[in-house]
Each structure stands twice: as C-alpha cells, then as structure tokens.
Ligand binder design. Structure first.
Ligand code: 13P
Length: 248
C-alpha cells in the first residue's frame, strides 16, 4: 500500500522572512500528520530550507535540475549540487518549464535520469493542454511524455514519482474531477506496469488547483496517491488541512 505523498510546489515565490514564517506555521501543525510531505522550493532558498526543515518530517525538494553533470552551463544547477543540500525530491518537466523554457520530452527524461543517479527522486510532471483535451488527445499526450521517461530510465522506473497536472487546471481554479483524474492515473499506472514489475510502488500525484475543498475526493481515488500543490501550499492552514486529509 502506497502512503500518500503531498508536495508543495512553491514555484517562484517566497523570501527569507516569508519562508521562515510559513515553515514555522507548518511545523507547529504537523502533529497528527502521517502522510509523506515535502516542499519544492526555489534554488536560492535550498540552504535556508535545509536548515529550517532539519529534524522535521517535511522533506526538501527542488523545482528543476540540469541534464548535465557539471561544466559550462551558466545558470544551471546539477543533481550533485542538490545532493549537497540533502534534497530528497526534484520536480522535472513541470509544464511551466516545458512551456516557457521549451523543455522537450527527451530533455525531461534526461533530467529524471540525472536525479535518479544522484539518489534524488524525480517528480515527473505530465499533462495535456485544453486544446489537446478538446481534440481527444489527452491519453496520447501523457503516454508520449511518460514513454520518453520510461525509455531513458527503464530499469529504475519504479523509483520515480509521477505528477499528472492538466495544464488547464494549473493556477486556474479549475480542478480535474475525481473521475477525470482517476481515469488518467489508471492509464499511467497501466503504462508503468507494462514497463516494470514494481510499478505499484510508483506514487502518481494529481496537480492543478488542488485545495482543501477538492483534495479529499481526489485523494479517495484508488490511483491518486497524493498531490502536487501550487498556490494552496503557500498558505500554511490550507496545506496543513490537505496533509490531514491525506493522513486518514
Ligand atoms: P496550482 O495548485 O496553483 O494550480 O499549481 C499546480 C502546480 O502547477 C503544481 O506543480
């Protein structure tokens, strides 16, 4: 049985002062939380968060990693550098990076590979746009995105986390219905099962306007193993409510 995993993606938000107060509110509310919890923070704050989260049950995550090991890649951060801050998870292929930084399926798969080689669990984001959904291409798009990651990471595919994040649900207040999420998660689970005998270990998270109001029903679906939460993870009380729901 997979225990639920709830991950806050802070995106490009925060400051030294805001981070300290958010984390102190979170830590004060963690009694009774039994699910796995993590926050993926901007690179600039990894050292601060490593310090703030030390000894707590909230794990540290990054939002991106270079596909290269080291060298002349100005502005990039390698998996080994993330290792220095005891990073446990790293988001790869978030739709905002695929969209604004032209990240391809092959690049995302290479990033997942780098993270795995450094002992960091990649949270591989997949999802269709509204136009793709309306054209009936949803399954084909997410299967293509996952196939690239499976192809590059074959034998260790059971070590990844997958996040299904329909683009039309991100930051829009539109959430996939529990049925829509379950249907897609089941498709992704079947694809993972065809690639690995250990696919049942893979947590498949849902992301896209998940809030305390929508989380319980999404988390009740058999293949929804947790959430990747943007805006609502920046409010301590909201994130803590969702952690409590995932702990039931
Ligand atoms: P929102 O929860 O703000 O819609 O963001 C979802 C997301 O992109 C998490 O990675």
């Amino acid at each position: 049985m997979r225990s639920k995993l709830m991950v806050g993606n802070w995106k490009m938000n925060g400051s030294l002062a805001d981070n300290a107060s958010l984390v102190s509110e979170l830590l004060a509310g963690m009694a009774g939380v039994h699910c796995r919890a993590a926050v993926c923070v901007p690179t600039a704050y990894l050292a601060q968060l490593q310090n703030l989260l030390s000894g707590s049950s909230i794990e540290l995550g990054a939002q991106d990693v270079s596909a290269h090991d080291f060298g002349p890649y100005t502005g990039e951060v390698s998996a080994r550098m993330l290792q220095d801050f005891a990073v446990r998870y790293c988001i790869v292929g978030h739709s905002e990076r695929r969209m604004h930084h032209a990240e391809s399926d092959v690049l995302v798969a290479a990033k997942a590979q780098r993270a795995l080689a450094a002992g960091i669990t990649p949270i591989v984001c997949l999802g269709e746009s509204l136009a793709e959904r309306e054209a009936g291409q949803t399954e084909a798009v997410v299967k293509r995105q996952l196939a690239a990651v499976i192809h590059a990471n074959g034998h260790c595919i059971s070590e990844i986390v997958v996040a299904y994040e329909p683009l039309w649900a991100i930051g829009t207040g539109l959430t996939a219905t529990p049925d829509q999420a379950q249907q897609l998660h089941a498709v992704l689970r079947a694809q993972l099962q065809a690639a690995s005998a250990h696919a049942d270990r893979v947590s498949i998270l849902y992301g896209g306007s998940m809030t305390a109001a929508t989380a319980a029903q999404l988390l009740a679906q058999p293949d929804v193993d947790g959430g990747l939460i943007g805006g609502a993870a920046l409010k301590a009380s909201e994130f803590l409510s969702m952690l409590a729901m995932a702990s039931r």
